[in-house]
Each structure stands twice: as structure tokens, then as C-alpha cells.
Design a protein. Structure first.
Length: 606
DNA sequence: TCCAGGGGCGCG
DNA sequence: AAAGCGCGCCCCTGGA
């Protein structure tokens, strides 16, 4: 069953006339008042399946939320797939009202996938000019206070954020049609359906992670900072350790006015002092023997900690013992998640010490081992590469099979093949890799050639790469013009190859992101099933004492769980990884082992 | 005074 | 050691 949380009559009557697009005169003889929420019940094929459920507006603050929550909780018994414009606009409020849903169809995210997929490209719907649905952006959590002021007007007001003409029922039916007629690969429809479901589940997970929050001990974080930088300074003053290092740097370079935060200034000062570098990058400085190098490298390290994850970050992002990441599902072209603030995906290892489970709880940390090479083996149906990864370390498996001499070589060779490395050791290893794993190498090489030709590539489940942009077009036409110079041609070649490296990597990174979504989706369901009989407890509703996801990082997750359930959670993490592999690659036998660690602090996971 | 772009570095 | 891919965030700079 599909339940479209949808035809919402405007909460602001003056905003637009009250003419709900999905109003059905047969069941609604009277137009409901402004601010009414409507749940449209449909069968899986999109046909009507029952009378609409209306949620009246009004009452005190939060009253309508509470009524909606009751309606949703009721309907959950029938396990509907909730269909809505956009998870970021609905789900945080349902969670705040204590309600979890099992599954959803996020029309905004699904549309982005389906409009761009090579498997739906022949449909008229995909060919339409961009419209208001395409302009719909996710709602940043900053715009929705987690805890609204008690006297705030708290009606659900989607029309303020979503143009009223965006009829979710019509959009859903269009998407179901396009899904049914997808073609271009065996099972194209089923794969795209899986992708839409997984992407939508990801949207639920992202909202739930933000709702629950990553347990964060601000005192531990402050101790890390004080230990590294000295006591917290007044606003606008360098911490003591940084200032002391700045003095040493100025002395070593004989540059009393040097501001080490300015790269150009620093580079000039290095030049005057006779330090042979062309940049101030860490790796270049490390190759130089000069008294300035040690304090400068130390300064850069601490400066980064201070600016990116210092006291200001702590003030801005950690409240009530929780860091709430602003994930942006599908925010990266390849389908990976991005973040819109707080830098949750760049959490330095050095501050992970501050991620500490609640008393009586543990963090169960899981990491998919060599995810991308395994995905490549599955994509290419490369039996030998799959065999190398069976059971254990894929790189060591390659050594044991005699393909390369050392684990390090295996890693460099594989990464080089996936990223398009053309220099150094990865270039040297290339022929050996191609000889041992011809199918895998052929797949990424073909993806690169497709990109170089200006064409698109597609992941296992149907996410399709963007077309090359203006720069690529310009360099192509420029290079073949009569007046083209050698420099034009060289620039065109550089641009073309860069795009080839992008499409080469897109198929692997994008399919790995799909694997991760399937992992999350399965995990989410199975963790919920571990709920103890009395689930009320430490975590905010609807989690209570149920293990739940609190962090995600491309191929790694952190689950916050009551200590007694740690082993069950570990088992679920492994089973879910295996299930994700089956969802993507069916019976083709490629293993997806995960390393699991049960810890008090995230820093102890590795 | 504002903002785009570059340098640099954190993560996978 | 980085390289080859994908990001976000910080600061500074220089032009409008």
C-alpha cells in the first residue's frame, strides 16, 4: 500500500487559493479548511485504495503534529510506503512527535535519479524541461529548530516550503510509469526500484541520525583541545601553543612580520630564506631539511584542529551531549552523501576520542573492508577478483593468488585502476593487474573511454553520470578548429582525460554508494527488530532502548546500542552487509566482510 | 564591504 | 610519499 502524505491544503490561506489538487468530490463533499493535511491511500500501482484521511489544523502548538503522528502510527500497522515531496520536510517533525516509519518514497530524490538515468531517457517525462519539482531543494535542518520555542506556531506548513502546485499524487504516478517502462539493462525496472527505495531509506536514516545525534562528550573534546593548543583563548587571539610556534617560524625564517596563516606570505618568506619549495604543502615541506620545517608542520596541524574542530565548532555543533550531522542524501554526483555544515564526513581521527557512548550503552562500529574493489569485482563479474576477496582481505588474496608481490602493491594497483592513475607505481603495476584481472580492468577502462567520448555511464542500479560541462565542450571544439594550436590540443587532451577519470571512477564509487544505501536500509530494519520488549529508555523517542544508527561515513557506520545487545548488533551489521551484496549482485559470489568493534569511544574502533 | 577563487587539509 | 577519484570547510587574497 502507498500512503501519500500529500495533498496539503495551504496553511496560509492568503498564499494561494484553497483548491487541493487531489480533492475528490465523491469523498470530500466539502473543501477542508486551510491547513488540513491529507493522506491519500493508493494501491502499489497508484490506483485509489480507500477514502482519504484528513488531519484537521488548529488547536494549540503541536496539536496538529500530535494528531498527524497518531494517524501515521495507526496506518503503520498496514506497513504502507509513505510517499511525500521530500523527507527533509516531513520526517524530522514526525520523529519529533515520536513516530518512526518503516519505509518511504521520496519524490524529490527519486525524481533526480529517474530524470537523469540512461534507462529512462527515452521517456517523454524525462525529456521535459526542468520545472518546479526540479527546483525543490532539501530543507536545511537549521531552518527547522529541533526544539521549537514553546509558544511557536507549530502547524505543519509544507506549503510555505513547497509550491502548492506540486501535486505528489500526480508526480508519484508519473514516476511509477517511468519505473515500469525503464529499459537498457536486464532488470532495469527492478534495479531502479531498488535504487529509489534505497535512496529513500537513506533519507530516513539521515533524518534519524540527526534526530538521535552522535553521542559527544564536550569535556573530552575540550581536554583534547587544551592539551594540543593550550587553554581556550579570548576571541580573536591565537591559542598559546600556536602563538609560540608562530614565533619559532618567524625566527627560523628571519621574518618578524610573517603571518603563517597566509600561504602567499609564507611562500615568499620561505623563498627569501632559501627553502627550496614551490608550495607550502605538507608533503613538500617534509622533503626539505631546514629548521623552519618542524615548527611549521606542527603549526599547520594544530591550526587545522583549531579552525576546523576547535572550540568554535564545539559551540556551534554540539548541544546536550550530541553532535547532529547535517547530511545531504545524494548530495554528491556519484550518489554519496554530502554534508551542509559541521563537517560530519571529515571528522578527524584525533577528535573521535570525544565520541563516547552513554552509560550502559556501547558504540558498535562497522567498516566495510575494501568496499570499492569488491564492488568492481561484482560489476565486472570478475570471478578471480571475487575469489581473491572471499572470506578475508582482498588485497592479501591478490598476493596469495600470485597476481602481485605485496599487499601494498595490490592496493596501489587497484586504486590506480579505479582512479585512473597514470604515473608512478600505479602505472608500473597496471599491466600485471590487467593480466590477472582482465574483466575488472576492462570495465573501468571502458567507463573511461565512454567519458572521454562525451557519453554517460551508469551504476549497477541505474544512477547515471552527468554529461560533461561547458569546459569540456569548449576544449573539444577548440582543439579541432583550424586555428587550434598545440596548446589548445594539449589542453583538450587534459580535459578529456580528466573527464574519463571521472566516469571511470563514477561507476565504482556510485555503485559502492548504492551498496552502502542497501546496507543502511537493511540495517535500519533489522536494528529496529532488536527492540527490547520495554523499549522506553535513554534515547529520544522513537528509539528508546532500541539500537540505532548515529553515524555514517561512506563505508562505515556507528550504532549506539544498549551494551547487552552489542553482539546482536554485530551480527546484524554482518548479515546486512551480506544482504546488500545479494541485492546488488544476486547470486554472483562476491563477499562483503565488515570489521566490527564494540567500544566505549569511537577512537578505540581502530 | 562583499564575494569568488585558490591554497591547504580533513575524510572516504 | 603521493598518485589517480569524490567531497566540505577554513583562511586569505584580490577584484568589484
Amino acid at each position: 500500500m502507498l500512503a501519500v502524505l500529500a495533498a496539503v491544503t495551504p496553511a496560509v490561506p492568503s498564499f494561494t487559493p484553497v483548491t487541493p489538487a487531489a480533492a475528490n468530490p465523491a469523498t470530500d463533499p466539502q473543501t477542508p479548511p486551510p491547513g488540513t493535511l491529507r493522506v491519500v491511500l493508493l494501491s502499489d500501482d497508484g490506483t485509489a485504495a480507500g477514502p482519504d484521511v484528513l488531519v484537521a489544523p488548529g488547536g494549540g502548538p503541536g496539536d496538529q503534529d500530535a494528531r498527524l503522528a497518531a494517524v501515521v502510527r495507526d496506518l503503520e500497522a498496514d506497513r504502507p510506503r509513505w510517499v511525500w515531496h521530500d523527507t527533509t520536510r516531513w520526517y524530522p517533525r514526525l520523529l519529533a512527535a515520536g513516530v518512526r516509519v518503516e519505509r518511504c518514497h521520496d519524490l524529490r530524490l527519486a525524481r533526480r535519479i529517474l530524470r537523469a538515468s540512461a534507462w529512462t531517457a527515452r521517456s517523454a517525462w524525462a525529456a521535459q524541461e526542468p520545472g518546479p519539482w526540479d527546483a525543490l531543494e532539501p530543507l536545511l535542518p537549521d531552518a527547522v529548530p529541533a526544539t521549537p520555542a514553546p509558544d511557536a506556531l507549530f502547524d505543519i506548513d509544507v506549503p510555505r516550503d513547497v509550491p502548492a502546485e506540486l501535486d505528489p499524487v500526480a508526480e508519484l504516478r508519473a514516476q511509477l510509469d517511468v519505473l515500469a517502462t525503464a529499459s537498457g539493462e536486464p532488470g532495469a525496472s527492478a534495479r531502479l526500484r531498488l535504487l529509489v527505495a534505497a535512496e529513500s531509506a537513506g533519507a530516513l536514516v539521515a533524518a534519524e541520525i540527526r534526530h538521535a545525534g552522535l553521542p559527544w562528550d564536550a569535556a573530552v573534546h575540550d581536554a583534547i583541545l587544551t592539551d594540543a593548543l593550550g587553554p581556550r583563548p579570548r576571541l580573536g587571539v591565537r591559542p598559546a601553543r600556536l602563538e609560540a610556534l608562530a614565533v619559532r617560524i618567524r625566527d627560523a625564517l628571519d621574518a618578524p612580520d610573517l603571518n603563517p596563516d597566509s600561504a602567499p606570505h609564507l611562500l615568499r618568506a620561505l623563498g627569501y630564506a632559501g627553502v627550496p619549495v614551490t608550495s607550502t604543502r605538507q608533503w613538500e615541506l617534509e622533503s626539505v631539511d631546514h629548521p623552519v620545517v618542524a615548527p611549521l608542520l606542527e603549526y599547520k596541524k594544530l591550526y587545522r584542529l583549531y579552525t576546523a574542530n576547535g572550540w568554535s565548532w564545539l559551540d556551534a555543533w554540539v548541544h546536550d551531549g550530541r553532535f547532529r550531522p547535517d547530511y545531504v542524501v545524494g548530495g554528491v554526483v556519484t550518489g554519496r552523501w554530502a554534508t551542509s555544515g559541521g563537517g560530519a564526513l571529515q571528522l578527524p581521527h584525533g577528535v573521535r576520542r570525544a565520541v563516547v557512548a552513554d552509560p550502559g550503552w556501547v558504540l558498535v562500529v562497522a567498516d566495510a573492508a575494501q568496499l570499492e574493489p569488491r564492488v568492481l569485482a561484482g560489476l565486472a563479474h570478475d570471478e578471480r577478483m571475487a575469489r581473491a576477496g572471499r572470506g578475508g582481505d582482498l588485497y592479501q588474496g591478490m598476493v596469495d593468488a600470485g597476481a602481485v608481490a605485496t599487499r601494498d602493491e595490490a592496493k596501489i594497483g587497484v586504486l590506480g585502476a579505479m582512479y585512473g592513475g597514470t604515473t608512478g607505481q600505479s602505472a608500473v603495476l597496471r599491466p600485471r593487474l590487467a593480466a590477472a584481472y582482465p574483466d575488472a580492468v576492462a570495465l573501468v577502462d571502458a567507463a573511461a573511454r565512454t567519458g572521454e567520448a562525451g557519453d554517460v555511464v551508469t551504476t549497477r542500479l541505474g544512477r547515471t553520470s552527468p554529461r560533461p560541462g561547458d569546459e569540456w565542450q569548449a576544449s573539444q571544439s577548440g582543439a579541432f578548429d583550424e586555428s587550434a594550436t598545440a596548446a589548445d590540443e594539449s589542453r583538450a587532451r587534459t580535459t578529456t582525460r580528466a573527464w574519463g577519470r571521472f566516469t571511470r571512477n563514477f561507476v565504482v564509487q556510485g555503485t559502492a554508494a548504492e551498496w552502502a544505501l542497501c546496507w543502511l536500509a537493511t540495517l535500519r530494519g533489522r536494528l529496529h527488530a532488536l527492540a527490547p520488549a520495554d523499549a522506553a529508555g535513554a534515547a529520544p523517542a522513537p528509539f528508546g532502548r532500541t539500537p540505532h544508527l548515529v553515524y555514517f561515513l561512506h563505508d562505515e557506520v556507528v550504532v549506539h546500542a544498549p551494551a547487552a545487545l552489542a553482539d546482536d548488533v554485530a551480527a546484524v551489521l554482518r548479515e546486512s552487509a551480506a544482504e546488500a551484496g545479494r541485492l546488488l549482485f544476486g547470486a554472483f559470489g562476491v563477499d562483503f566482510p565488515v570489521t566490527v568493534a564494540t567500544v566505549e569511544s569511537y577512537a578505540d574502533a581502530k
